[in-house]
Design a protein around this ligand. Structure first.
Ligand code: ATP
Ligand code: MG
Length: 425
């Protein structure tokens, strides 16, 4: 036998049981986003490498070491998208969506990062993201946060996540802060790990985002940006906090929250859980007012977020908050393979006549007893039995599987009407 081929490390199959959690997250997100007037946009999975290299920042985890970059057959450098914001902004500019109008967009789909695979960290993973363009104020920041909070309530996860909030100020204020950070970390250069030493001059803010436990005490002592915030950002942040307070939303101001990418400024936020070990951020976002201009569009304020569907699915599985997948209503048992056609057609007729009914037909034969076992295992409420006598008389037997009730023999022509009442009970 040839050796079985295996999937690529970090690129996982989502099996039916897990897919149910994914779908619950996706369906709920779609409904909540619709309720806030966000429109879906579908974007390519592959973009020119330059799109990410230019926007995410040279000294970021993603650009330095996580991108799946390859040469196309004609020699162009392409990259499997590691995130959705840059592609969404590119599409909005390219398709003229930003001309004198505000936009609220959302997308979902796979992202690719060559990270070390571990619990909650994969090389292909799903994100659902929202991006807004043309709105500069704290009102839209608050809306994005309220929207995510509503989604957690729909998912039953509201008690599993905490909102962390910070402001990264304007680019100018960040530059001034950067100088303070370089000074502080340089004075403790012997305590920096390799990544941080590399970032010290190129991108010292990223040191604050280090996940290395050995770095945490040093980071804790670093100068804090919130105390040096520019006036404009300070007012923006205060107004956002007032809006969240008025909405009764609780949050933690976390001065160490910096986000991994260069294009963020002013508001940044993360929803964090302590139930998934080290990979605790389930949703992250913020304001990125410089990105559209960096991509060659007219300066346009923008803000958004992206959530990790795997981590939310894991949280749902862990919390037991999700309703189980619906079982079939009916399982058609076919006593003899000669009646296979009758069985299939009877099920078709039931699906035609009973809107929303879930019917599973026994395919592949089997003894009467083993078919009834399968019917029971499927979770169906009723077995529909097609035996020699039933077929001869144009009837079917309804056998309740969940209640101790007698079976009933019904004419096939009357079966749908009869079952409709039973199922709706
Ligand atoms: P982290 O700090 O966990 O590395 P990040 O800052 O790189 O996250 P973002 O780029 O902000 O993450 O992506 C938004 C969300 O997507 C994250 O909060 C997380 O839920 C999810 N996510 C990011 N990278 C991965 C991954 N490799 N596998 C699974 N989910 C991921
Ligand atoms: Mg990361």
């Amino acid at each position: 036998m040839p050796q079985a081929i295996q999937a690529i490390r970090g690129m996982n199959d989502i099996l039916p049981e897990q897919a149910a959690y994914f779908r619950f997250v996706e369906d709920s997100a779609r409904a909540v986003l619709g309720g806030y007037g966000y429109s879906e946009i579908r974007l390519p999975v592959v973009e020119k490498t330059e799109l990410f290299a230019r926007t995410l920042g040279e000294v970021t985890d993603i650009v330095e070491k996580e991108m799946y970059t390859f040469l196309d057959r004609n020699g162009d450098s392409l990259t499997l998208r590691p995130e959705g914001t840059a592609g969404c902004a590119r599409a909005a500019i390219e398709n003229g969506l930003l001309h004198n109008q505000a936009q609220r967009l959302w997308y979902q789909g796979p992202m690719f990062r060559h990270e070390r695979p571990q619990q909650g960290r994969y090389r292909q993973f799903q994100q659902i993201g929202a991006e807004t363009f043309g709105m500069a104020g704290p009102d839209i920041d608050a809306e994005l946060i309220l929207l995510t909070a509503r989604l957690w309530r729909v998912l039953g996860l509201q008690d599993s996540v905490v909102l962390h909030l910070n402001s990264l100020g304007t680019q100018q204020a960040r530059n001034a802060y950067r100088a303070h950070l370089v000074e502080y970390f340089s004075a403790h250069a012997d305590r920096l790990d390799e990544d941080s030493r590399r970032r010290l001059h190129a991108n010292p803010l990223r040191i604050l985002d280090s996940k290395n436990p050995a770095m945490q005490t040093l980071i804790e002592g670093a100068p804090r940006f919130l105390e040096m915030l520019d006036d404009e950002s300070r007012q923006h942040f205060a107004a956002l906090r007032a809006l969240l307070d008025a909405a009764g939303l609780r949050y933690v101001v976390n001065p160490r929250l910096v986000r991994g990418l260069d294009y963020y400024g002013k508001t940044v936020f993360e929803w964090v859980t302590d139930r998934l070990g080290a990979q605790g951020t389930v949703c992250a976002g913020g304001r990125y007012d410089v990105l559209v201009e960096e991509l060659g569009g007219r300066a346009t304020p923008a803000a958004g977020f992206a959530m990790g569907v795997e981590r939310l699915a894991a949280l749902l599985a862990e919390s037991g908050a999700m309703p189980p997948a619906p079982a079939p209503h009916l399982y058609v048992v076919i006593q003899d393979e000669r009646f296979a056609q009758q069985g299939l057609l009877l099920a078709e007729a039931l699906r035609n006549d009973i809107p929303g009914v879930r019917v599973q037909v026994n395919c592949g034969g089997g003894s009467f007893k083993s078919q009834l076992k399968r019917a029971d295992k499927s979770g169906a409420r009723y077995a529909i039995l097609l035996g020699e006598d039933e077929v001869a008389r144009g009837e079917a037997t309804i056998k309740p599987l969940r209640e101790d009730q007698p079976q009933q023999i019904v004419a096939q022509a009357a079966l749908a009407g009869h079952l409709k009442n039973l199922i709706e009970e």
